[in-house]
Design a protein around this ligand. Sequence first.
Ligand code: ZN
Length: 155
Amino acid sequence: MAQLDELYREVILDHYRNPRRRGTIDGDHIHAEGNNPSCGDEFYLDVVIDDGVVTDAAMQGQGCSISQASGSMMMDAIVGTPVDEVREISRKFKIMMTIEEGEDPIDHDRPGSVLGDLEALQGVRKFPVRIKCADLAWTTLEDALNTADEMSSAS
Ligand code: ZN
């Protein structure tokens, strides 16, 4: 297990140091913001949803390595992915992190096969106060998806 912990730490640090899709989107997009006062983390998200698919996304933010790495991993997971699937990934992530109830979605014999790099965050479960750090990007994403739903039902 010690080696797996080490590997996970490397994945988290890599995303923290080299965040994917950092920035903003110039064209039409949905913006959402979230913060986690217990740690001081902030997360800003721009997403473009076209015909039920997340076609582009950009993030900004500051805070601990867990919050920012989780956001960066989320970028990799959602761009090019249908919204329905994005919600399913979010649900699996929340079950993995014990935020929501459900049957363990992770195949522990094949690390990374279900949620990719995101599975590196499961070590955070051992530190309950940090679970909110990992969840911040996903809560922000849900806000953005709900805004998209409201916009499409209003038009
Ligand atoms: Zn944090």
